[in-house]
Design a protein around this ligand. Structure first.
Ligand code: NGS
Length: 279
């Protein structure tokens, strides 16, 4: 049934963490502080975040863990707004989570899909994560019920964004913020690596899921509400439609399986694990 497909893939059982501590906030939409004080050490202490951006509840045992992968370049203010907001938000949900920031070096166009593949690969070297959230740092989840873990089906989490007046622009949209299990991500060979510049990589990823027979799911619009931080529009990739057309030829070869990159630097920051990569 639909209901069971929306359940977390690792729904907590007896003696494990309840997901109910956010009940009281249910009807309140949350907004980020757009001018947060940048005191990473202080925030890490206040919220008990382990170095590298990891946290889990101490009074119960989460039955799932999640890696949150954030592709990044040149948006320091947005990063600090997001990071300041997301730790307390996630802690309302009693998750075992780690935050990864994957920064692309300067020399090429931004490649969101490839950075997700890198994030997946590096996170898996640190720990055998069950569940991955791939998301943009300009998207602030507003409803604490939008749980940051995997459903049985891959989930489009950001289906209701203020900039689209909380409407879904097209039914195949699978961009912004998504959740997917490790196995599902490996089965579709991750994202394509060929999309440099804005657009198309998420549509390609959706086709990969369809190709392997995975329907996607979404929570209802009031749960899936996001507030988008403003920024100027990126330059679209002129090749994106050509790549999308020939996409199916590359599903098996282009992705996690042929991923090549170089880690230029890495650091366990107080609030996230940071990787600088040349792709
Ligand atoms: C589509 C893009 C997607 C993008 C979506 C929403 O047109 O990559 O718009 O973008 N696909 C192509 O360009 C082929 S948004 O308005 O949120 O910036 O995610």
């Amino acid at each position: 049934s639909i209901a069971s497909e929306l359940e977390p893939a690792y729904w907590p059982k007896i003696n494990s963490c309840k997901l109910n501590s956010f009940e009281s906030k249910k009807s309140t939409l949350l907004y980020p502080n757009e001018n947060p004080k940048i005191d990473a050490q202080g925030l890490a202490q206040k919220y008990n975040v382990q170095i590298g951006g990891a946290w889990k509840p101490s009074d119960c045992k989460p039955l799932f863990n999640v890696a949150i992968i954030l592709p990044y370049r040149n948006r320091l203010k947005q990063l600090s707004i997001f990071i300041n907001y997301i730790h307390p938000y996630l802690q309302l949900q009693n998750l075992d989570y780690t935050i990864f920031v994957i920064e692309q070096s300067k020399n090429k166009e931004f490649n969101r899909g490839k950075l997700f593949n890198v994030g997946f690969t590096e996170a898996m070297k640190m720990r055998n994560f069950h569940c991955f959230i791939f998301q943009d740092i300009d998207l602030i989840p507003q409803n604490p019920e939008n749980i940051y873990t995997c459903s049985r089906l891959p989930r489009h989490m950001s289906s209701s964004v203020n900039t689209f007046r909380y409407n879904l622009p097209y039914s195949g949209l699978f961009g912004g913020a998504i959740s997917i299990t490790k196995q599902q991500f490996q089965q579709v060979n991750g994202f394509s690596n060929v999309y440099f510049g804005w657009g198309g990589e998420d549509d390609d990823f959706y086709s990969r899921l369809q190709n392997k027979g995975y329907p996607i799911c979404r929570f209802c619009p009031d749960v899936a509400q996001y507030y988008m931080l403003s920024h100027k529009k990126e330059t679209p990739n002129k090749e994106r439609f050509t790549y999308l057309k020939s996409g199916s030829k590359r599903y098996d070869t282009d992705g996690l399986r042929n991923l090549e990159y170089k880690v230029l630097d890495q650091k366990l920051e107080p609030l996230y694990s940071w990787f600088l990569v040349d792709i």
